[in-house]
Design a protein around this ligand. Structure first.
Ligand SMILES: [Zn+2]
Length: 64
């Protein structure tokens, strides 16, 4: 799959950069605290596809 594509994707809500979490297969916007799934290498970036990220989960990400 082409990782370059995912690197240039922006958050559909705030247009900020998305963090690619490879293990979780999702793209995260820290500002909105939302994550979008990647299915078969294709990011699903509709607002309705997003899941909310809990505060502890967000802190864990930032510790990396
Ligand atoms: Zn955002």
């Amino acid at each position: 799959m082409d990782h370059g594509l995912i690197d240039i994707l922006a958050c559909p809500i705030c247009k900020g950069p998305l963090l690619h979490r490879r293990e979780q297969q999702e793209l995260v916007c820290r500002g909105d605290r939302l994550a979008w799934p990647i299915r078969d290498g294709v990011p699903l970036l509709r607002v309705s596809d997003a899941r909310e990220i809990s505060q502890p989960e967000l802190l864990q990400m930032e510790r990396r």
